[in-house]
Structure formats: C-alpha cells, structure tokens
Design a protein around this ligand. Structure first.
Ligand code: UD1
Length: 342
C-alpha cells in the first residue's frame, strides 16, 4: 500500500518515511527541498534498503500538485508535513507563511478530493494551545490566539480540515506535536537547520561542537522549579511511529470520528537547564551557556496529557530525555565528520 508523505525529506517527514517503509508501506515523497536536501532520499534507502519514490514539487503550484496526485492516484493515504515552520521568520513574512502553508494545504486537498483519496494525517502543533490554564494539557483544552503567523497557520489548517471533513469526503487525524528532538539511531538522518538554529537542541549540539560560541538560556524568572521554561520533549522516532499508527487506524476503519485530534508528547516536562544537564551527561561535554532575558512569544510551561493517544491509538512514547540527547549528539558528530570529509 502506497502512502504519500509531503515534506518527506524534512526532519520529522524523513523519520516517518523510514518507519512507514519498515512497516512494509510503499512511500512517495513530495518535497520542494526548500528546507531539506535530496540526499535524504539516499539516507532513507541506506537505512531501510528501499528507495522511496521522490517528486520534487512545490504544493503551492496547484497544477503540478494535481498532476502529481493524478500520477499517484493509487495512494491510500497522505501524511502532510510540508510547511514553513520558523516562528520568528513568520512574524517578519506573514504573507509568505499564509501563502505557503495554507495555499499548499488547499491545493493538496482539492487534488485529493478529485481523485477520491480520503485518508489524511496532518502535522499540527501544541502551539495551538498557547499557555494552557491547566497542565497537563488535553485535546479538549480551548485553543488560544496564536502567538505567531506560523502558529496561526496550524490553527487555520485544522479549521480548513474540519470543514472539509464535514463534506463527508475526507477523514483526518490531526497530530499535535509537543517538542520533537533527537535523530535516528543510525545517525543517517536528523534535523538539518539552515543557518543559525532557532530551536534549543540543535543550538545545544552546535555549541558543543564549536559551531556556535555559547547558548543563550532565554529567561530565568519563569514560575518553574529552576526558573527556566518547561517543554515536553519527544524523540522524533517515537513521533514518527505514531504516524504509522494513525495511518493504520484509518486504513483499518478504526477511527471513531471523521476528524480526530491527538496530542503527541511524553507527558513529562523538562526545563531548559534539565535539558542542558542531560546533554552534558550523555556527551561528557561541558556546555558554554549564558542566561539572557525571555524570548518574545515564548510560553512558560507546557506538557501533554497523553492519555487519549495512549488509550485510543495504543501508542506511547518510549524513549527518554537521555536517549533523545544522545541521538542528537551522535547526529551532530556524524554531520561534522561528513562536512570535514567534503
Ligand atoms: C517552537 C515554537 C513552536 C514550534 C516549534 C517547532 C515558539 C513560541 N514555539 O517551540 O510553535 O512548533 O518551535 O519549531 O517559538 N531556548 C533557549 N535557548 C535557545 C533556544 C531555545 O533557552 O537558543 C528555550 C526556549 O525559550 C524554550 C525551549 O528552549 O523554553 C524550547 O525552545 P524551542 O526549541 O525553540 O521550541 P519552542 O519554542 O517550544
């Protein structure tokens, strides 16, 4: 059975393609390579022994999208990752974010509708909850005004999907990710930030390897046990596996509603300082860091109520913080070795 993975050469997409292929699915990737490399397809082949089909294509191009879906009309489901995701950049270039993230979703849904492809898994984010009033946050928590255009595209996309599902011609599972980190155990795929990373873990590993001078810890006056902000970090491989479960749930007609939403986290929150300590422990490196003021738009603390995903999907995150940091560090070391050999 063939699954379409948009954004399949990206960070979460590539790990999901690996898990799908390990479970026997055939995969077609669509990616415009705006934030990823074509070599990722080779790496996926090295890991799984199978080469996914690859279509270089921008989903903002409606005609090309339709032609591609027509060509692959035998797909039984779609996992849609392709999107821009830099929060700061989205504040600078909101229209680019709306045009890209919303335009590509609409084009894709129209093409799927035309060829009667009904199973859709969407890559959403816990950013839709803002700062929740109660923790852990469940799927029932009220959504809040998005802090950034990026966050708003996730909220709007969920609305578009809900409305489309109401036509009776689409089933959707929306997966709200907490903070995905880490890399594949082979260190052949991982996060590949372009330029200076925004996110904590790539910044940590790049500082430790000497690409960055020092890490800034944003905010020390949060209402948490050590004053730094808390997130629910989840291993990207655990996250990828949840997508396979979601696809199987749809293919087995096991969904209970045509639009379902699941939190994907571990249920555990860690502060920035705890993440740094875990990194120092597994890498044996002392990290250079300094404390600075809060980053604009950051929330204080969030972690997931995972009970619905655990019970309904029968899925649970297995890998702990040290495994996450270990794999992230192995990946950075592999990247640095690769770059030296070039
Ligand atoms: C961010 C986005 C989120 C998005 C996700 C994916 C915001 C408010 N949220 O999550 O919507 O889905 O990225 O890209 O931007 N930190 C430091 N120093 C750094 C970097 C981060 O102290 O150099 C801290 C942050 O303040 C935060 C934690 O580390 O407390 C995690 O930050 P990050 O990895 O950027 O993820 P989020 O901000 O949670």
């Amino acid at each position: 059975m063939k699954i379409l993975v948009t954004g399949g050469t990206g960070y979460i997409g590539s790990h999901t393609v690996v898990e799908l292929q390990e479970e026997g699915f055939e995969v077609v990737i669509i990616d415009n390579l705006s934030n990823s490399l074509k070599e990722v397809v080779d790496r996926i082949e090295e890991i799984t022994g199978k080469r996914p089909l690859f279509e270089e294509l921008d989903l903002v191009d409606a005609r090309a999208t339709r032609d591609c879906i027509k060509k692959h009309h035998d797909i039984v489901g779609v996992i849609h990752f392709a999107a821009l995701k830099a929060v700061g950049e989205s504040v600078e270039k909101p229209l680019q974010y709306y045009h890209n993230n919303i335009g590509s979703l609409v084009n894709l849904l129209k093409a799927l509708d035309e060829f009667d492809i009904r199973n859709f898994v969407f890559s959403s984010s816990c950013t839709v909850y803002g700062q929740p009033k109660t923790l852990p946050v469940s799927e029932q928590a009220p959504l809040q005004q998005a802090e950034s255009p990026y966050g708003n595209t996730k909220k709007i996309s969920e609305d578009i999907l809900r409305d489309t599902v109401n036509t009776g011609k689409l089933n959707t599972i929306s997966l709200r990710y907490f903070n995905p980190i880490g890399a594949h155990s082979t260190a052949k795929i991982g996060e590949l930030p372009l330029g200076v990373p925004d996110n904590l873990v790539p910044y940590i590993t790049q500082t430790a390897i000497g690409k960055r001078e020092s890490l800034r810890v944003f905010g020390t006056d949060y209402n948490t046990h050590d004053g730094t902000a808390i997130r629910d970090y989840i291993h990207v491989v655990d996250l990828a596996k949840a997508h396979v479960v979601a696809v199987n749930r749809m293919l087995n007609n096991a969904t209970k509603e045509p639009f379902e939403v699941f939190n994907l986290g571990t249920g555990n929150g860690f502060t920035v300082l705890e993440v740094i300590q875990a990194f120092e422990k597994v890498s044996g490196k002392k990290l250079i860091y300094e404390f600075t003021e809060r980053r604009k738009g950051d929330i204080e603390k969030v972690w997931a109520d995972t009970s619905f995903a655990n019970e309904e999907l029968g899925w649970k995150a297995r890998l702990g913080l040290e495994e996450m940091m270990n794999s992230a560090w192995d990946w950075e070391l592999a990247l640095s070795k690769h770059n030296k050999e070039q």
